[in-house]
Design a protein around this ligand. Structure first.
Ligand code: NAD
Ligand code: DAU
Length: 335
């Protein structure tokens, strides 16, 4: 099976590539990634010598490069490439509109032109908006995104659906909840709190810290994507979730305590504008129709993740320089 992965140098894409190459000897992967601030070739060191893996630096909004790779006739395109951080979409939505919407159009057009048999769009629970204290999102919930990031992802989902209906393209959409695990960029809650705590820096918690997220280990997400890629029904959406709700302050306290640091590092700061209160995924369709369930419990997964950041200090120290510090100052400086 020849897979064209986009955005494979980011957090989830790199975990997916490593998982697929290690698990299946008949899988070949081409990875196109623009290497934005979030893309990191170091994530793929363990597979870069493999004869079944090839990296191409390129932009999914660039029709020429996408057409060139599509002309090699992969069996499937799995689209992880995106601007992925909500806070950055509040600072400037432009790149989110370009990559997350126009980039998807370019990929879909290439699928049509070259007859690619399958397109997998990696979407997010954030397209559904925010939940109250009860209930969960199912695939039939309306799309009610609240941030420029989630609006761009919802737009892409609609476009993917339109190409299924209008052009009969073989597409599937996955919508997953919050991932955590190795190689996550330290702008997101869990790696930010682990690395700041290790540096004895403030731990900025938005608002009252009671916003709830549904956490899933990245490996469970990768396995779900593989399942949907192979067995999902064309035109369908599949929710993916960890069945694991935590409010932010509890996650931050857990990390602080596991690292043996003081809770006095925790600072409540000005809330994120438009901050969704709660996410919770109902992934019953994926479980009952395709047989997937999450396997990694949060206590095991968070322990493994904290250890990974302890053992890979050089990886995140190299990231927390230059552009990262400028972003950090812009976003947190005033909070
Ligand atoms: P990430 O920010 O870590 O990685 C994104 C990757 O895409 C980077 O390697 C970056 O260089 C690349 N990229 C960005 N713009 C590009 C472009 N124009 N052309 C080619 N490559 C480009 O993101 P992530 O957390 O790994 O998320 C991957 C996907 O999963 C995204 O589509 C995101 O919306 C979705 N998702 C993420 C989560 C989560 O919790 N992180 C949950 C659900 C869904
Ligand atoms: O739900 C899936 C989504 O999860 C993905 O689609 C996104 O790509 C991914 O970034 C993530 O979005 P969130 O906004 O939920 O994740 P983030 O790690 O940015 O924040 C998680 C929660 O923690 C959220 O309620 C905001 C809060 N938070 C975050 C940061 C960075 C803080 O309180 N302080 C912080 O400094």
């Amino acid at each position: 099976m020849k897979i064209l992965v986009t955005g494979g140098c980011g957090f989830i894409g790199s975990n997916f590539i490593i998982y697929m190459l290690e698990t299946y000897t008949d899988v070949e992967i081409v990875n196109i990634d623009l290497l934005t601030y979030a893309g990191n070739l170091e994530n793929l060191k363990s597979v870069e010598q493999s004869t079944r893996y090839r990296f191409v630096k390129g932009d999914i909004t660039d029709r020429d490069i996408v057409r060139l790779l599509a002309s090699e006739k992969p069996d499937v395109i799995v689209n992880f490439a995106a601007e992925s951080h909500v806070d950055r979409s509040i600072i400037d939505p432009s790149a989110f509109i370009k990559t997350n919407i126009l980039g998807v159009q370019v990929l879909l057009d290439a699928c049509r032109e070259f007859g690619i048999p399958r397109f997998v769009q990696i979407s997010t629970d954030e397209v559904y908006g925010s939940l109250g204290p009860e209930g969960s999102f199912s695939e039939t919930n309306p799309l009610e995104p609240n941030s420029p990031y989630s609006a761009s992802k919802a737009s892409a989902d609609l476009l993917v659906h339109a190409y299924f209906k209008t052009f009969n393209l073989n597409v599937v959409i996955t919508r997953c909840s919050n991932n955590y695990g190795p190689y996550q960029f330290p702008e997101k809650l869990i790696p930010l709190m682990i690395t700041n705590a290790l540096e004895d820096k403030d731990l900025p918690v938005y608002g009252d810290g009671l916003n709830v997220r549904d956490w899933i280990h990245v490996l469970d997400h990768c396995k779900a994507v593989n399942t949907v890629m192979r067995h999902g029904v064309a035109g369908q959406v599949y929710n993916i979730g960890g069945r694991c709700e935590y409010c932010n302050i509890d996650i931050v306290k857990l990390i602080v305590n596991k690292l043996g640091k003081s809770e006095s590092l925790i600072k409540f700061v000005k809330d994120r504008p438009g901050h969704d209160r709660r996410y919770c995924m109902n992934a019953d369709k994926l479980t009952s129709e395709l047989g997937w369930s999450p396997e990694i419990s949060f206590p095991d997964g968070i322990e493994q993740t904290i250890n990974w950041y302890l053992e890979n200090q050089a990886w995140w120290e190299r990231i927390k320089t230059g552009e990262y510090l400028k972003y950090y100052d812009t976003w947190y400086g005033e909070r």
